[in-house]
Write a protein that binds this ligand. Structure first.
Ligand SMILES: Nc1nc2c(ncn2[C@@H]2O[C@H](COP(=O)(O)OP(=O)(O)OP(=O)(O)O)[C@@H](O)[C@H]2O)c(=O)[nH]1
Ligand SMILES: [Mg+2]
Length: 332
């Protein structure tokens, strides 16, 4: 039994991190866990799946659930992103609402209201990006919180933070530890996430594509792993990892149109090469061993409406999803 195996003074807390796209959720999580686990870009809708990010402070295990940004949309894929965020609130002890101070605040609460259940657990508001506004401490945030409590009565605390300047992060850490309760750790083996390296490999390939490609293209792009195997090469090489294991990854970048394929491949293959090199370097930092990454670009028209592709991307049908199968009209 987990309890018997663990230190009697262990404590734990699980919190879902929620907010509109680009609010800074993944940046905050990376700062707290102390590693670039989650993908961060300056483009909204970077995070597409919910997943656990784990760190410990003394005997307290803190599990933060990263989530896709919540926003209004009738598109099937966006409904599934919103459903991922909504699902993340089930079974947690606490919700952290990230509110970007550099944008209008009440509309951010409204987007959360329209997509989250009414019966949320205790919730804290984290006003973030305080470095982007002058005199953030003097803003009438108590009034904003009062208004927000009209929508979410379960809000009990608020913090004003900046991930960029790392301000007030220690207050948040202390409050999380205080809020934790005695109990076993969910990840006693020191795991940093409930997702495996295969998942993060797709994330890091998509991250480079997001960073290197301009404009709208990233939203019409997805990454799937075709093959991921760890092998001990027959021949000894100088750059071989200590235990001799190397990873061989075959992945496809899906795009919606032929013209997008040309952009992702780039002139003489320069763009796909750069995406591949940078992604491989980050995957190698994660695995701690050499990685051989082979990328292909596939045109998969309207992949973001295709139930099979969406499920492969870990996005299951949302309760609000449109029907996938339509009965054919009876023909006379
Ligand atoms: N100036 C400033 N920028 C920040 C801060 N926190 C995050 N950012 C920037 O905001 C942008 C979005 O950050 P992310 O962490 O990817 O935001 P997110 O909420 O996870 O976004 P999605 O996954 O798309 O929902 C990035 O360019 C970050 O560098 C902050 O405290 N100050
Ligand atoms: Mg994110």
């Amino acid at each position: 039994m987990l309890l018997l195996d663990q230190h009697p003074h262990n404590r734990a807390i699980m919190a879902s991190v929620l907010g509109v796209p680009n609010a800074g959720k993944s940046s905050l999580i990376n700062l707290l866990i102390g590693t670039d686990l989650s993908v961060v870009t300056n483009k909204p809708q970077t995070t597409r799946n919910k997943f656990h990010c784990v760190f410990t402070i003394d005997r307290t295990e803190i599990v933060l659930v990263d989530t896709p940004g919540i926003h209004h949309s009738n598109q099937e894929i966006n409904k599934r992103y919103n459903a991922e965020a909504k699902d993340s609130t089930e079974g947690v002890d606490l919700n952290l609402f990230l509110i970007d101070l550099s944008r209008e605040m009440i509309p951010q609460f409204m987007a959360l209201k329209d997509n989250l259940p009414q019966n949320l657990k205790e919730t804290w508001v984290l006003f973030t990006k305080s470095d982007l506004v002058e005199n953030a401490e003097q803003l009438p945030l108590a009034e904003v919180v009062e208004k927000a409590r009209g929508i979410f009565p379960m809000i009990t605390k608020h913090f004003v933070i900046s991930v960029k300047e790392e301000s007030n992060i220690h207050l948040l850490q202390g409050a999380l530890v205080d809020q934790s309760t005695p109990g076993p750790h969910m990840y006693p083996g020191g795991e940093v996430s409930n997702k495996n390296q295969r998942f993060f490999a797709t994330e890091y390939i998509r991250e480079q594509a997001f960073l290197l490609l301009k404009e709208e293209l990233p939203y019409e792009l997805a990454v799937v792993i075709d093959e991921y195997k760890e092998m001990r090469p027959k021949k000894q090489k100088s750059n071989e990892s200590e235990d001799g294991v190397e990873s061989f990854i075959q992945a496809s970048i899906l795009v919606n149109r032929q013209s997008q394929r040309a952009i992702v491949v780039g002139a003489s293959g320069a763009m796909i090469k750069e995406i591949g090199t940078k992604a491989r370097q980050k995957i190698e930092r994660m695995t701690g061993s050499p990685v051989h990454l082979n990328l292909h670009v596939k045109v998969s028209p309207k992949w973001f409406k295709n139930n099979f592709v969406l499920e492969e991307l870990g996005l299951n049908r949302a309760p609000t999803s449109s029907r996938v199968w339509k009965k054919k009209e009876a023909t006379l």
